[in-house]
Design a protein. Structure first.
Length: 587
């Protein structure tokens, strides 16, 4: 399947679209947003003849009849196949125009339903009902095709028969060109445990010992099972990156033995991660050509094993997978399709994740923060180390009760003003035009940047093109962070002239210093006493002398208070538990 729509079911009262579906599709989101409802629907209803919806599956707030939509890819091969099925009556398929109102993304969607909501029971169980082409969808198809495609001629081209109402023609055409042929659906539930002696087997570990024993030593008429058993061992060796690993079931069939590094131990004596890997190895290998739904495969699996597991499913099995997960580590696998599932007052809301900031939204929704991987929760990019000294001091003065810790709640990083032309606030995954630039957001999505305007007069001077580009990239409304462009020449111009003069004298007592007359003059212009050559001023030393003298009574000039407030709010948003409303308001 390339796309799936579900409607009239639990948290999806009307059609909700899950697409695109890949070989492996990850449904990511918080608990209780509807991920498991997708798996329940597939397990119970994804078959040509399925049970009618029972009361327990009805949306609590009402909704449509039970509906399913399948997305068919609109590509040249499919189009040519449809033309061929029409016995070369290409006049019926001169263009895909009649389908356009029924297209979502690059998929053509066919909606089927179980009719009205009236329930029919046989005993305690609702009777099965076929999925029929949905009447509302047929009306949309008919409206789109009117004046563009002769449905009678098209039906005759397909079946050498004609006649019937438009609805009959549409149903016959759709059933032929887009048959509802769902694959077998298998479920690997979140609770997985190796057990034996049960009357039933499943792919979550129940009766796994007997199943493996049958594949280890099959009957002569079932020798293909032996190859499946070897595949399970190859799966474990690949995922665990250990060629010595293999499993074996002893003759008494009372446990599973694991061979590893010259040792033989019962599976129960090894780590839970190996236990889980064996269960999922068996399931992924024993199932063929099916739609496999897996709930939370990350349970007890190391993050690296999670990514290897998804890669193995993609490259070495014949199934299609839909995986409900809370793990950000699985999202890191570039060949998986990812759908972010949220919940609002209308129910489950799925949305595809394709850009870096959409993946960052998922991680935030799952409760991950950059500091969980030893990274600060926010990054402030500045031109040089003296900027760091000033900004840290101003933050402490602005909100002395806020316990921000540099390196945890935020970090200050240097980009060097001369390197600005090589930097970007976009991400190559979001914008292919920036592949030749260094993306600062790849290091941390929650980033902001401080830029010296370098203007020498209030009017007439303009920011250079690179500064404008970087400013606009960081000010993009759909990303956290912003750009702070100084309302003076450099960040040192915020320092009052008398305070800066004292600091230079303390750091460089032999320099002949000329303080700036305006905020557009060079703030650290110094000449030697004996000649006219420019003296070297250590900006970091001066900054340290400045903050020794800058007290809470020193005013924050120009736009400095506003920018420090914005910076404080930016860091606070990345660290919601690190400050209190009282301390923020008191600042």
């Amino acid at each position: 399947m390339h796309g799936l729509g579900i409607g009239g079911y639990r948290s999806m009262p009307d059609l909700r679209w899950f697409s695109p579906l890949g070989k492996v599709t990850l449904l990511a989101g918080q608990n209780n947003v509807g991920k498991s409802n997708v798996i329940r629907f597939l397990e119970r209803y994804m078959r040509s003849q399925s049970p009618r919806r029972g009361w327990e599956d009805e949306p609590r707030a009402g909704g449509e009849p039970l509906k399913v939509a399948i997305g068919y890819r609109l590509d040249q091969d499919s189009y040519e196949g449809w033309v061929g099925q029409a016995k070369n009556r290409t006049d019926a398929f001169l263009s895909l125009a009649p389908f356009h109102p029924l297209v979502n993304g690059d998929l053509f969607w066919v909606v089927r339903s179980q009719g009205d909501r009236q329930q029919t029971f046989r005993g305690d169980q609702p009777v099965t009902a076929p999925w029929q082409v949905d009447p509302e969808w047929m009306a949309s198809f008919d409206e789109a095709a009117t004046g563009k495609v002769n449905l009678t001629n098209l039906r005759q081209g397909l079946f050498s028969t004609s006649g019937g109402s438009p609805a009959d023609n549409i149903k016959a055409i759709v059933d032929h060109l887009f048959p509802f042929e769902p694959p077998p659906v298998q479920i690997i539930h979140a609770f997985r445990q190796v057990t034996s002696g049960s009357d039933e087997s499943d792919y979550s570990g129940r009766n796994l010992i007997e199943t493996l024993a049958d594949h280890q030593n099959p009957d002569v008429r079932e020798r293909s099972k032996e190859e499946k058993f070897r595949q399970i061992n190859r799966f474990l060796q690949t995922v665990l990156e250990d060629p010595t690993v293999r499993i074996e079931v002893p003759s008494r069939r009372d446990y599973i033995m694991v061979h590893q590094d010259g040792m033989v131990l019962p599976l129960g004596d090894l780590g839970t991660g190996i236990h889980q890997a064996v269960i999922m190895a068996a399931a992924a290998t024993l199932i063929d050509n099916s739609l496999v739904c897996i709930e939370e495969p990350e349970v007890n699996l190391h993050p690296l094993l999670q990514r290897k597991f998804v890669r193995y499913l993609t490259e070495n099995t014949t199934n299609q997978y839909i995986i409900a997960t809370h793990s950000a580590h699985m999202l890191d696998y570039e060949r998986a399709s990812v759908i972010h599932v949220r919940k609002d007052t209308s129910g489950s809301v799925p949305a595809p994740a394709t850009t870096t900031h959409q993946f960052a939204d998922i991680c935030a929704d799952l409760g991950y923060r950059p500091s969980d991987i030893m990274q600060a929760n926010a990054i402030v990019w500045v031109e040089g180390p003296s900027d760091r000294t000033y900004i840290n001091h101003w933050l402490r003065l602005y909100a002395p009760d806020t316990l921000f810790v540099e390196g945890i709640h935020y970090s200050i990083m240097f980009y060097g003003g001369s390197n600005r032309s090589h930097l970007t606030g976009h991400d190559p995954l979001d914008d292919e035009t920036v592949n030749d630039l260094i993306s600062l957001r790849r290091l941390n999505r929650h980033s902001m940047i401080v830029i010296d305007s370098d203007k020498t007069r209030p009017k007439g001077d303009k920011l250079d093109a690179n500064k404008v580009r970087v400013r606009d990239e960081f000010d993009a409304p759909d990303r956290p962070g912003h750009a702070w462009v100084t309302a003076c020449r450099t960040i040192e111009n915020y320092v009052p002239a008398d305070l800066l003069t004292e600091a230079v004298a303390a750091a460089h007592p032999h320099a002949r210093y000329r303080p700036p007359a305006t905020k557009w003059d060079d703030p650290l212009d110094a000449r030697r006493k004996t000649d006219s050559r420019r003296a070297t001023i250590d900006k970091v030393k001066v900054a340290h002398r400045v903050i020794e003298r800058w007290t809470d009574e020193t005013p924050l000039p120009d736009d400095l208070r506003r920018e420090i407030r914005r910076l404080h709010e930016f860091i606070s948003q990345a660290n919601p538990s690190a400050y209190t409303a009282e301390s923020s308001e008191g600042a």
